[in-house]
Design a protein around this ligand. Structure first.
Ligand code: NAP
Ligand code: MG
Length: 401
C-alpha cells in the first residue's frame, strides 16, 4: 500500500526520559510504515536545550506559529536535582511555560474513554474536556498578613494620577488581605480559544463563575464571554448545532456530576486547577489524558498530560522491563495528524488518525494493556504487556483492521 503523503510539515518536539523512548517506538511502529511523515524536528530533550541555551524551545514555538500544528513529547522541567544530573548551565524554564507564553494559549484536557476503564461517576458516558484559563487571579496575587487593628483599602492610581478607593475592611484585630487581578485582553483570548475549540470539536461549551457574589470581578468574565459570543460566535454555534451555556460555578459542579459528558467545561484559573484534577482522576488515569494548547489565532500544540515517567526510565536504564502506557502520546500524534490533514485537506491523514485511535482502544478492549490500566480495569482475562509489546500489539490490531 502506498504511504499517505503530507504537504505541510508538523512541528515535532522531542522530549525526555521514558516518553522519549516511547516517542521513537511510536514513530517506527505506528507512523512511518503508513505515512510519508513530514516533520520539522526540534529536540527539546534537556541535553540539547542546555546546549542551545534553550534557544531550541523558542525556535520550536516560532515554528509552531509558522506552520500551525505541533506535537510535543513530555519534557523535564529542571529543578536542583536535574542541575547536577544533566550538568546544566542554568535552571532552564519549563518548556511548556515558554511555549504557552509564546502562543498565548488555553490548555484543553480530555480523558480518553475506553470500555473496561470505567469512570467513578457512572453516568459519565462521554469525555468531559476541561479548559483552564492560565493567567492571573490567585496565581498572580499579593497578600498581607494584617498584624492588628487598622484600615485596609483597595487603591487604583490611573496614569493621570487620579485615585479610586474601596474600603476592604476596618480591622479591629489581626487578619489577612489578598489582592488579585486579571486583564480584559487575557479573558477575551480565553473566551475565543474556548469558543473556537467548541466549534472545532462540535461540543457544547459550559462556563461558570460566582458572578452573584463577585459583582465586578467574576461578572466581567461573564460579560466578556457573552459579548464575544453574541458578536462573533452565536451564528456559528447555531450552524454547528451546539450551545454556549453559562451558569454559577456551584450549579455547574452539581450539573457536571449528573451529566453524560461530551462537553467542554471552561473554568477560571483556580476552578480549573481544582476541577481538572477531580475530572481526570474520576475518569481513571493520567496516562489516558490528552492535552492541547490552542492559541486565539488558531495554532495547535498537542501533547500527553503526564510527565516523562522518570521512575520507569531509570528501570529501563538498568535493563529492567517497563510497562509504560503510550496511549496519551499516541493520541497527541493522532490529534496533530488529524488537524494537519484537516488544514491541508488530506482526508487520508484524518482517516489514518481515526484508525490508529480505534486500533489503540480496540487493543485495550481486547484485554491487552499496560500495567497501570490492568490495575484498574473491569475486564477479565487481561494480558499485561511491556512498553514495546503494547505498541506492537496496536500495530497488529491496525493491520487486522
Ligand atoms: P509523571 O511523569 O507524570 O509520572 C508520575 C507517575 O505517574 C509515574 O511514576 C507513574 O506511576 C505514573 N505515570 C505517569 N504517566 C504514566 C504512563 N504513561 N504510564 C504508566 N504510568 C504513568 O510525573 P513525574 O515522574 O513526577 O515527573 C517526571 C518529569 O516529568 C519531571 O521532570 C517533570 O518536570 C516532567 N513533567 C513534564 C510534563 C510535560 O512535559 N507536560 C508534565 C508533568 C511533568 P508509577 O511510578 O506508580 O508507575
Ligand atoms: Mg492542580
Amino acid at each position: 500500500m502506498a504511504k499517505i503523503q503530507m504537504t505541510t510539515p508538523l512541528v515535532e518536539m522531542d522530549g525526555d526520559e521514558m516518553t522519549r523512548i516511547l516517542w521513537k517506538m511510536i514513530k517506527e511502529e505506528l507512523l512511518l510504515p503508513y505515512i510519508d511523515l513530514k516533520t520539522e524536528y526540534y529536540d527539546l530533550g534537556l541535553a540539547y536545550r542546555n546546549e542551545t541555551n534553550d534557544q531550541v524551545t523558542i525556535d520550536s514555538a516560532e515554528a509552531t506559529k509558522k506552520y500551525g500544528v505541533a506535537v510535543k513529547c513530555a519534557t523535564i522541567t529542571p529543578n536542583a536535582a536535574r542541575m547536577s544530573e544533566y550538568n546544566l548551565k542554568e535552571m532552564w524554564k519549563s518548556p511548556n511555560g515558554t511555549i504557552r507564553a509564546a502562543l498565548d494559549g488555553t490548555v484543553f484536557r480530555s480523558p480518553i474513554v475506553v470500555k473496561g476503564i470505567d469512570p467513578c461517576v457512572k453516568n459519565w458516558e462521554k469525555p468531559i474536556t476541561l479548559a483552564r484559563h492560565a493567567y492571573g487571579d490567585v496565581y498572580k496575587n499579593c497578600e498581607i498578613k494584617v498584624p492588628g487593628a487598622g484600615k485596609a483599602e483597595l487603591v487604583f492610581t490611573a496614569e493621570d494620577g487620579s485615585e479610586t478607593r474601596e474600603l476592604i475592611h476596618n480591622f479591629t484585630g489581626a487578619g489577612i488581605i489578598q489582592g488579585m487581578h486579571n486583564t480584559e485582553k487575557s479573558i477575551g483570548s480565553f473566551a475565543k480559544a474556548c469558543f473556537n475549540y467548541a466549534l472545532d470539536t462540535k461540543q457544547d461549551l459550559w462556563f461558570a463563575t460566582k458572578d452573584t457574589i463577585s459583582k465586578k470581578y467574576d461578572h466581567t468574565f461573564k460579560d466578556i464571554f457573552q459579548e464575544i459570543f453574541e458578536k462573533e460566535y452565536e451564528e456559528k454555534f447555531k450552524e454547528a448545532g451546539i450551545e454556549y451555556f453559562y451558569t454559577l460555578i456551584d450549579d455547574a459542579v452539581a450539573r457536571v456530576m449528573k451529566a453524560k459528558g461530551g462537553f467542554i467545561w471552561a473554568c477560571k484559573n483556580y476552578d480549573g486547577d481544582v476541577m481538572s484534577d477531580m475530572v481526570s482522576s474520576a475518569f481513571g488515569s493520567l496516562a489516558m489524558m490528552t492535552s492541547v494548547l490552542v492559541s486565539p489565532s488558531g495554532v495547535y500544540e498537542y501533547e500527553a498530560a503526564h510527565g516523562t515517567v522518570q521512575r520507569h526510565y531509570y528501570k529501563h536504564l538498568k535493563g529492567e522491563e517497563t510497562s509504560t502506557n503510550s496511549v496519551a502520546t499516541i493520541f497527541a500524534w493522532t490529534g496533530a495528524l488529524r488537524k494537519r490533514g484537516e488544514l491541508d485537506g488530506i482526508k487520508e491523514l484524518m482517516e489514518f488518525a481515526d484508525k490508529l485511535e480505534k486500533a489503540t482502544l480496540k487493543t485495550i478492549e481486547g484485554g491487552k494493556m499496560t500495567k497501570d490500566l490492568a490495575l484498574i480495569t473491569s475486564l477479565k482475562d487481561v494480558t499485561v504487556l511491556n512498553s514495546e509489546n503494547f505498541i506492537k500489539e496496536i500495530r497488529n490490531t491496525m493491520d487486522e483492521m
